[in-house]
Design a protein around this ligand. Structure first.
Ligand SMILES: [Cu+2]
Ligand SMILES: [Zn+2]
Length: 241
Protein backbone atom coordinates (compact mmCIF):
# COMPACT_ATOMS: atom_id res chain seq x y z
CA UNK A 1 0.00 0.00 0.00
CA UNK A 2 1.32 3.37 -0.95
CA UNK A 3 1.24 6.06 1.66
CA UNK A 4 1.67 9.66 0.77
CA UNK A 5 2.73 11.54 3.81
CA UNK A 6 2.38 15.26 3.84
CA UNK A 7 3.29 17.42 6.73
CA UNK A 8 0.86 20.25 6.47
CA UNK A 9 2.05 22.52 9.13
CA UNK A 10 2.59 23.41 12.68
CA UNK A 11 0.26 25.42 14.76
CA UNK A 12 1.88 27.36 17.52
CA UNK A 13 -0.17 29.00 20.13
CA UNK A 14 1.43 31.00 22.81
CA UNK A 15 -0.55 32.38 25.58
CA UNK A 16 0.09 35.23 27.92
CA UNK A 17 -1.56 33.50 30.77
CA UNK A 18 -4.10 35.02 33.04
CA UNK A 19 -3.25 32.64 35.84
CA UNK A 20 0.06 32.15 37.59
CA UNK A 21 1.96 30.22 34.97
CA UNK A 22 3.71 32.49 32.53
CA UNK A 23 4.34 31.87 28.85
CA UNK A 24 2.45 28.67 28.43
CA UNK A 25 3.44 27.29 25.06
CA UNK A 26 1.33 25.06 22.90
CA UNK A 27 2.61 23.53 19.72
CA UNK A 28 0.50 21.34 17.50
CA UNK A 29 2.20 19.20 14.86
CA UNK A 30 -0.10 17.72 12.27
CA UNK A 31 0.84 14.97 9.83
CA UNK A 32 -1.65 13.74 7.27
CA UNK A 33 -1.24 10.40 5.50
CA UNK A 34 -3.29 9.31 2.56
CA UNK A 35 -3.92 5.61 3.15
CA UNK A 36 -5.95 5.09 -0.01
CA UNK A 37 -8.36 7.08 -2.12
CA UNK A 38 -11.10 7.04 0.51
CA UNK A 39 -9.17 6.92 3.75
CA UNK A 40 -6.84 9.42 5.38
CA UNK A 41 -5.16 9.38 8.72
CA UNK A 42 -3.97 12.38 10.68
CA UNK A 43 -1.59 12.30 13.59
CA UNK A 44 -1.74 15.28 15.88
CA UNK A 45 1.02 15.73 18.37
CA UNK A 46 0.26 18.40 20.87
CA UNK A 47 3.20 19.72 22.83
CA UNK A 48 2.45 21.96 25.75
CA UNK A 49 4.90 23.59 28.02
CA UNK A 50 3.85 24.95 31.34
CA UNK A 51 6.15 26.10 34.10
CA UNK A 52 9.08 24.52 32.27
CA UNK A 53 7.46 21.09 31.96
CA UNK A 54 6.73 19.62 28.56
CA UNK A 55 3.65 17.52 28.04
CA UNK A 56 3.02 15.58 24.84
CA UNK A 57 -0.36 14.28 23.79
CA UNK A 58 -0.98 12.33 20.61
CA UNK A 59 -4.28 12.01 18.82
CA UNK A 60 -5.08 9.99 15.72
CA UNK A 61 -7.96 10.83 13.41
CA UNK A 62 -9.03 8.49 10.63
CA UNK A 63 -11.74 8.88 8.02
CA UNK A 64 -12.43 10.22 4.58
CA UNK A 65 -10.08 13.00 3.51
CA UNK A 66 -12.95 15.47 3.92
CA UNK A 67 -13.75 14.31 7.44
CA UNK A 68 -10.16 14.42 8.56
CA UNK A 69 -9.72 17.89 7.14
CA UNK A 70 -12.88 19.16 8.83
CA UNK A 71 -11.88 17.72 12.19
CA UNK A 72 -8.43 19.25 11.97
CA UNK A 73 -9.91 22.64 11.13
CA UNK A 74 -12.16 22.38 14.13
CA UNK A 75 -9.28 21.47 16.42
CA UNK A 76 -7.19 24.31 15.06
CA UNK A 77 -10.00 26.81 15.49
CA UNK A 78 -10.80 25.65 18.98
CA UNK A 79 -7.17 25.73 20.03
CA UNK A 80 -6.79 29.15 18.52
CA UNK A 81 -9.83 30.64 20.19
CA UNK A 82 -9.46 28.94 23.52
CA UNK A 83 -5.78 29.41 23.94
CA UNK A 84 -6.12 32.94 22.77
CA UNK A 85 -3.08 34.09 21.20
CA UNK A 86 -1.34 33.20 18.06
CA UNK A 87 -1.52 31.17 14.92
CA UNK A 88 1.55 30.37 12.96
CA UNK A 89 1.90 29.01 9.47
CA UNK A 90 5.45 27.82 8.88
CA UNK A 91 5.29 28.09 5.11
CA UNK A 92 4.23 31.68 4.70
CA UNK A 93 5.91 33.31 7.71
CA UNK A 94 2.65 34.64 8.94
CA UNK A 95 1.46 35.08 12.46
CA UNK A 96 -1.87 36.19 13.77
CA UNK A 97 -2.27 37.23 17.37
CA UNK A 98 -5.30 38.12 19.43
CA UNK A 99 -5.23 41.11 21.74
CA UNK A 100 -7.02 40.74 25.05
CA UNK A 101 -8.76 43.53 26.98
CA UNK A 102 -6.80 45.14 29.80
CA UNK A 103 -7.45 47.71 32.52
CA UNK A 104 -11.14 46.81 32.59
CA UNK A 105 -11.68 47.70 28.94
CA UNK A 106 -13.53 45.74 26.26
CA UNK A 107 -10.85 46.41 23.65
CA UNK A 108 -9.99 43.44 21.50
CA UNK A 109 -8.05 43.04 18.32
CA UNK A 110 -6.57 40.69 15.79
CA UNK A 111 -3.14 41.57 14.47
CA UNK A 112 -1.65 39.72 11.57
CA UNK A 113 1.98 39.95 10.49
CA UNK A 114 3.19 38.71 7.12
CA UNK A 115 6.85 38.72 6.23
CA UNK A 116 7.87 38.53 2.61
CA UNK A 117 11.16 39.53 0.99
CA UNK A 118 12.39 41.44 4.01
CA UNK A 119 9.18 43.41 4.39
CA UNK A 120 6.88 42.87 7.37
CA UNK A 121 3.25 43.88 6.86
CA UNK A 122 0.88 44.45 9.74
CA UNK A 123 -2.88 44.22 9.27
CA UNK A 124 -4.96 44.75 12.36
CA UNK A 125 -8.62 45.10 13.23
CA UNK A 126 -9.92 46.30 16.58
CA UNK A 127 -13.25 46.36 18.32
CA UNK A 128 -14.70 47.46 21.63
CA UNK A 129 -12.78 50.75 21.80
CA UNK A 130 -13.96 54.28 22.48
CA UNK A 131 -14.43 56.44 19.41
CA UNK A 132 -11.39 58.54 18.63
CA UNK A 133 -7.66 58.17 18.13
CA UNK A 134 -5.70 55.41 19.84
CA UNK A 135 -1.99 54.67 20.05
CA UNK A 136 -0.54 51.33 19.03
CA UNK A 137 2.99 50.26 19.91
CA UNK A 138 5.26 47.31 20.19
CA UNK A 139 6.34 46.91 23.79
CA UNK A 140 9.37 44.99 25.05
CA UNK A 141 7.98 41.69 26.32
CA UNK A 142 5.33 39.22 25.18
CA UNK A 143 3.91 39.18 28.68
CA UNK A 144 0.32 40.33 29.02
CA UNK A 145 -0.20 38.69 32.38
CA UNK A 146 -0.84 41.77 34.49
CA UNK A 147 -4.22 43.51 34.52
CA UNK A 148 -2.69 46.81 33.51
CA UNK A 149 -0.46 45.15 30.85
CA UNK A 150 2.58 46.81 32.38
CA UNK A 151 4.09 43.32 32.44
CA UNK A 152 4.87 43.96 28.76
CA UNK A 153 7.45 46.60 29.70
CA UNK A 154 8.15 49.89 27.93
CA UNK A 155 8.32 50.60 24.23
CA UNK A 156 10.51 48.21 22.28
CA UNK A 157 13.54 50.35 21.53
CA UNK A 158 16.53 48.20 20.57
CA UNK A 159 18.33 51.11 18.92
CA UNK A 160 18.14 53.39 22.00
CA UNK A 161 16.39 56.31 20.32
CA UNK A 162 13.90 58.81 21.72
CA UNK A 163 10.17 58.21 21.40
CA UNK A 164 8.76 59.81 18.29
CA UNK A 165 6.89 59.66 15.03
CA UNK A 166 7.80 56.69 12.87
CA UNK A 167 10.50 57.74 10.40
CA UNK A 168 11.42 60.97 12.19
CA UNK A 169 15.04 61.95 11.45
CA UNK A 170 15.47 62.84 15.13
CA UNK A 171 14.76 59.27 16.08
CA UNK A 172 11.90 57.01 17.08
CA UNK A 173 11.42 53.69 18.78
CA UNK A 174 11.14 50.67 16.52
CA UNK A 175 7.91 50.01 18.44
CA UNK A 176 6.42 53.43 17.64
CA UNK A 177 3.81 52.28 15.14
CA UNK A 178 1.64 55.35 15.74
CA UNK A 179 -2.09 55.98 15.95
CA UNK A 180 -5.28 54.68 14.39
CA UNK A 181 -8.88 55.92 14.31
CA UNK A 182 -11.90 54.22 15.86
CA UNK A 183 -15.42 54.93 14.61
CA UNK A 184 -18.62 55.43 16.61
CA UNK A 185 -19.23 51.65 16.62
CA UNK A 186 -15.94 51.11 18.41
CA UNK A 187 -14.17 49.56 15.43
CA UNK A 188 -10.84 50.49 13.92
CA UNK A 189 -8.09 49.13 11.76
CA UNK A 190 -4.41 49.65 11.12
CA UNK A 191 -2.26 48.83 8.13
CA UNK A 192 1.48 49.28 8.38
CA UNK A 193 4.62 47.92 6.74
CA UNK A 194 8.32 48.21 7.28
CA UNK A 195 11.64 46.60 6.41
CA UNK A 196 12.97 47.47 9.87
CA UNK A 197 11.29 44.43 11.47
CA UNK A 198 11.50 40.69 11.00
CA UNK A 199 9.63 37.70 12.36
CA UNK A 200 12.03 35.58 14.34
CA UNK A 201 15.34 36.43 12.69
CA UNK A 202 18.76 36.63 14.34
CA UNK A 203 19.00 40.42 14.18
CA UNK A 204 17.99 41.64 17.64
CA UNK A 205 17.47 45.14 16.24
CA UNK A 206 14.73 43.81 13.95
CA UNK A 207 13.19 40.80 15.59
CA UNK A 208 9.68 41.54 16.84
CA UNK A 209 9.10 38.00 18.09
CA UNK A 210 8.89 37.88 21.86
CA UNK A 211 7.49 41.42 22.05
CA UNK A 212 3.93 42.62 22.58
CA UNK A 213 1.38 44.72 20.75
CA UNK A 214 -0.26 47.28 23.02
CA UNK A 215 -3.24 49.50 22.26
CA UNK A 216 -3.74 52.58 24.43
CA UNK A 217 -6.76 54.44 25.71
CA UNK A 218 -5.49 57.71 24.24
CA UNK A 219 -3.59 59.19 21.36
CA UNK A 220 0.20 59.14 21.05
CA UNK A 221 1.29 62.80 20.83
CA UNK A 222 4.50 61.53 19.14
CA UNK A 223 6.55 63.94 21.25
CA UNK A 224 6.25 63.23 25.00
CA UNK A 225 8.94 61.04 26.53
CA UNK A 226 9.24 58.17 27.00
CA UNK A 227 6.01 56.96 25.43
CA UNK A 228 3.86 59.68 23.87
CA UNK A 229 1.49 60.24 26.82
CA UNK A 230 -0.97 57.78 25.29
CA UNK A 231 -2.74 56.81 28.51
CA UNK A 232 -3.48 53.41 29.94
CA UNK A 233 -2.95 50.14 28.13
CA UNK A 234 -6.34 48.76 27.12
CA UNK A 235 -5.41 45.77 24.98
CA UNK A 236 -2.41 43.46 24.83
CA UNK A 237 -1.16 40.52 22.79
CA UNK A 238 2.17 38.70 22.74
CA UNK A 239 3.97 38.32 19.43
CA UNK A 240 5.28 34.77 19.55
CA UNK A 241 6.57 33.43 16.30
CU1 LIG B 1 2.48 51.72 24.17
ZN1 LIG C 1 7.93 54.92 21.80
Amino acid sequence: MKINKIIIGILLISSCSQNNSVNKKVELNIEIEKINDTLSKATLINLTEQDGKEINTIRIIEGTPGDVKAQIEEIKNTSFLNQNNSYKNLNSKTIEILLEPKNGSLAKGTVRFDEDNGLVKLNAIFSGLNEGIHAIHIHEKADCSSDDAKSSGGHWNPTFQSHGKWGDVNGFHLGDIGNFAVNSSGDGYMVFETDLWCLSCDDLNKNISGKAIIVHQGEDDLVSQPSGAAGSRISCGGIIY
